[in-house]
Design a protein around this ligand. Sequence first.
Ligand code: NAP
Length: 337
Amino acid sequence: MSTPVNRQILLAARPTGTIKASDFKYVESAPPVPGPDQALVRNLYLSLDPAMRGWMREGDSYIEPVKLGDVMRGGTIGEVVASNSPAFAVGDKVFGMGGWQDYYLVHAKSGARVLPADVPFPLTSFLSVLGITGLTAYFGLLDVGKPKAGETVVVSTAAGAVGSIVCQIAKIQGCRVVGIAGSDEKCAWIKNELGVEAAINYKTQDVATELRTACPKKIDVYFDNVGGEILNTVLGMINVHARVVVCGAITQYNATQPTPGPSNYITLLTKRSRMEGFVVIDYMDRAMEGIMQLGQWLAEGRLRYREDIVDGLEHAPTAILRLFNGSNTGKLIVKIA
Ligand SMILES: NC(=O)c1ccc[n+]([C@@H]2O[C@H](COP(=O)([O-])OP(=O)(O)OC[C@H]3O[C@@H](n4cnc5c(N)ncnc54)[C@H](OP(=O)(O)O)[C@@H]3O)[C@@H](O)[C@H]2O)c1
C-alpha cells in the first residue's frame, strides 16, 4: 500500500489586482496524525468562493486574513478516515474549513459538522444549494431583504451560485424578480428555467434602460452581489422603504485603488430606505432551519441549482479565476478525491 501524501496549496503572496497562480505554492507532506479527541478527515470537495480574494488581503474584515505560508482557507466536504473522538466516526462525511489540502484534523469544538447520511441529494449539494451558498441566499434575502408578495426584487450575479437561489426564493415568496447576469446563456437560464420575469445582460445591454422597463413599479428589494455601477443604478430606482442587501461587491474585490461610493446613495434618505451588510456566518446557529427549508423546496422541485466541478486540487489556483471572469456556471467546486 502506498503511503498517503498530504498535498497542500499555501498562500505564497498577497495578490495585487487579479489573483495569479503564482500567489500560491504547492507542497507535499505526510498527513497529520490525530491526537486524543481528534479525527483525521480526507477532503473530497473544496468550495471556491469570491470571498477568498478578501481572505488573501491584509486588513480589517469580518475574518482574519490567511497568513502568508499557511494553507489556503476553504470550506470542504471530507470523510473521516481515522478517529480518536466520540464526535466523529470513521466513514462520517463532514463539512468544515478543511482548506486547500488533502487531509486535516477536526475535534468536537472545531466547528466541523457531520452531514446527515440519509439525504437524497448529492454530497456536493452541501457546498452549493444546501451549504453556505444556499444559506447565504436564504438568510440574506429573507432576513435582511424581507421581501413581500407582489414586491419587485432585483438580483445581481443572478445566474451565479448565490444569485440563482435568491431569484428562486424570491419567486417562491411571490415577488416579481429581475435578474442581472453576464451572458445571454445565463440570462436564458434564469428566465426560461428559473422563471424570473426579466433578465438583463449587463455586458451587452444598458442596465438602467432595461431596469426601467422590467420594473414598472420600481424596486423594493435589491440583492447586491456586485456593488459599483449596477448598485448605483438600482439606488436611483428604489421605492420608499426599499431594502438593499449588501451581500457582496465582486466589482471591488480586485481593485487596487479605493473605489468611489454610489452617488445615488441619497435615495436612501429620500425613499426612507435601508442598505444593510450581511455575513452568512452570523446565521450559523440557525443553519439547520435554512437547510431544512431549502431541502424541502429541492425535494418539491421548486429549486434548481447548477454546480461547476473542476477535477483536481492542483487546478484550484487557476479555477478560482473563473469566479472573476464569469466563466463558472453555478457553484464552483474542486473535486479533490
Ligand atoms: N455576505 C456573505 O455572507 C456571502 C456569502 C457567500 C457569497 N457572498 C457573495 O455573493 C456573491 C456571489 O458569490 P457566489 O459564490 O455565488 O459566486 P458566483 O455568483 O457563482 O460567481 C461569481 C460571479 O460574479 C460575476 N462577476 C464577476 N466579476 C464581475 C463584475 N466585475 N461585475 C459583475 N459581475 C461579476 C460573474 O457572473 P456574470 O457572468 O454574471 O458576470 C461570476 O460568475 C459574491 O459577491 C460573494 O462575495 C457573500
